[in-house]
Design a protein around this ligand. Structure first.
Ligand code: ATP
Length: 237
């Protein structure tokens, strides 16, 4: 399948810090693409730039062939790029149900929203049990699930995930990655930014390694899992 998102020469500066130094990558339709790297390598900045939440110092972003480089964040969301932020950013003083409803706030296709609501509760049965409880009372893993579920309520064409495994116990991490795979198998294109290099490469069709703002390796997830540089620098082998 072809590229749904094409990024070329993407640059982001914070003052004199060149956080992202002109990177190129593509997200193929229907695939999981991962961007892995250490803390501070530029992963979150790349995602924020795609969503229009930090200004780009250079480069071009094509979404389904359309130039979205300079679009405002809300327009980018409307086109179908939905981001799940690092640290999850759910509304802790609203209920689980209200958080999910907010995910669909810009839609008015009531029947489809109701169908999607059932669909995400099917993916995340724990959320169904806690629908009318405050989101702030959920465990860390459940909050991550809610954040993903809320993003799905927007019916995105691409789901952008910023370190969904962060701060979660290993078993919960497994569950989150399993769900990401399930969502992808249902057809959704996913861009996964992760420090958990092993897990991310395991589920990714395509992968990029970023170091100090530059892509230093790319390949299939499988290829990079076996790459000497990845083994040494990220997998402690
Ligand atoms: P993390 O795992 O911490 O999210 P990351 O790979 O996502 O790491 P970024 O958060 O994208 O890395 O940061 C890339 C670089 O840009 C780092 O050097 C960071 O210190 C710097 N940086 C990020 N955000 C800002 C900001 N708002 N102002 C100044 N510098 C920033």
């Amino acid at each position: 399948m072809g590229a749904l998102l094409e990024v070329s020469g993407l640059k982001v500066n914070f003052g004199h810090v060149e956080a992202v130094k002109g990177i190129d990558f593509v997200l193929n339709e229907g695939e999981i693409t991962t961007l892995v790297g250490a803390n501070g390598a530029g992963k979150s900045t790349t995602l924020l730039a795609l969503s229009g939440l930090v200004p780009k110092a250079g480069g071009k972003v094509l979404f389904a062939g359309r130039d979205i480089t300079r679009l405002a964040p809300h327009r980018i969301v409307h086109l179908g790029l939905s981001q799940v932020a690092e640290g999850r950013a759910i509304l802790t003083r609203l209920t689980v149900r209200e958080n999910l409803e907010l995910g669909a706030y810009h839609r008015n296709d009531t029947d489809a929203i109701a169908a999607d609501f059932e669909h995400v509760l099917g993916l995340f049965p724990r959320l169904r049990e806690r629908l009318d409880g405050f989101a702030g009372n959920l465990s860390g893993g459940e909050q991550q699930m809610l954040a993903i579920a809320r993003a799905l309520m927007a019916r995105p064409r691409i789901l952008l995930l910023d370190e969904p495994s962060m701060g979660l116990a290993p078993l919960i991490v497994q569950e989150i990655f399993r769900i990401i795979r399930t969502i992808n198998e249902a057809g959704l294109t996913i861009f996964l930014v992760e420090q958990n290099v092993r897990q991310a490469l395991k589920i990714a069709h395509r992968a990029y390694v970023i170091e100090t703002g530059e892509i230093v390796l790319k390949g299939t997830g499988e290829e990079l899992l076996d790459h000497p540089r990845v083994l040494e620098a990220y997998l402690g082998v």
